[in-house]
Design a protein around this ligand. Structure first.
Ligand SMILES: NC(=O)c1ccc[n+]([C@@H]2O[C@H](COP(=O)([O-])OP(=O)(O)OC[C@H]3O[C@@H](n4cnc5c(N)ncnc54)[C@H](OP(=O)(O)O)[C@@H]3O)[C@@H](O)[C@H]2O)c1
Length: 165
C-alpha cells in the first residue's frame, strides 16, 4: 500500500524486545525514528502503545487492540482489526509507519512495500519478541549505511519490495 512503511530495529536473530521494552536504546537510532515518523500517523499494537515511555509529539497514533477499555481520543485512533485500519488509511490517504511490535509487524508486512530496518550487529538470548521472517528474494536493499554508537555496530537499511513480474 502506498504511503505505508515499516520501521523497526532488529538484532542479528531478528530480536525486537524483551518484557515489553526495547533491547537496545541507541540514541542516533531513536533520533532517526523521530525524524522519520514526525508528522505522520504511527500504527502500533496495544503492547507497544503501553511500552512507550512518553507521548510522542507530532505524531497521531493508530492503536490495534480488542480491549474495549481503550477508546479513541484526539491523539489516538483505536481500531479492533487490521481491515478497518487499512480502510481508514485508504480513505484518508495518510502517510503512515507501522512501528511494532511483533504481532503488528506480522499483520502488516504483506501490505507494506518499504521497510526501514536498523540491523544491529548484536544478539540477545532472552528476547521474547521477534521481527517476522521475510523472503529476502522479494526485497532489495535500496540503501544501507553503517553506524556505530557506544561499541554497537548497526546498519540502517532501506528495503523496497521488488515488483512482481
Ligand atoms: N525493536 C523495535 O523496533 C520495536 C518496535 C516496537 C516494539 N518493540 C517491542 O515489541 C514488543 C511488543 O510486541 P508484541 O508483539 O508483544 O505486541 P504488539 O504488536 O505491540 O501488540 C500486540 C497487541 O495488539 C493487539 N492485536 C494484535 N493483533 C490483533 C488483531 N488481529 N486484532 C486486534 N488486535 C490485535 C492485541 O491487543 P489486545 O490484547 O489489547 O487485544 C495484542 O495483544 C515489546 O517488547 C516492544 O518493546 C520493538
Amino acid at each position: 500500500m502506498k504511503n505505508l512503511s515499516i520501521i523497526a530495529s532488529v538484532g542479528k536473530n531478528r530480536e525486537l524486545g524483551y518484557q515489553n521494552d526495547l533491547i537496545w536504546k541507541i540514541k542516533e537510532d531513536l533520533c532517526f525514528f523521530k525524524k522519520t515518523t514526525m508528522g505522520s500517523h504511527i500504527i502500533m499494537g496495544k503492547n507497544t502503545f503501553k511500552s512507550l515511555p512518553k507521548e510522542l509529539p507530532g505524531r497521531k497514533y493508530i492503536v490495534l487492540t480488542r480491549d474495549s477499555n481503550l477508546t479513541t481520543n484526539d491523539k489516538i485512533a483505536v481500531f479492533r482489526n487490521i481491515k478497518s485500519i487499512l480502510e481508514f488509511l485508504q480513505k484518508h490517504n495518510l502517510k503512515c509507519y507501522v512501528i511494532g511490535g511483533e504481532q503488528t509487524y506480522s499483520l502488516f508486512l504483506p501490505y507494506v512495500d518499504t521497510m526501514h530496518l536498523t540491523e544491529i550487529d548484536d544478539s540477545f538470548e532472552q528476547a521474547d519478541t521477534f521481527f517476522p521472517k521475510f523472503d529476502k528474494l522479494e526485497w532489495y536493499k535500496k540503501d544501507s549505511l553503517p553506524f556505530e554508537e557506544k561499541g554497537i555496530s548497526y546498519n540502517r537499511v532501506l528495503y523496497k519490495r521488488k515488483n512482481k513480474s
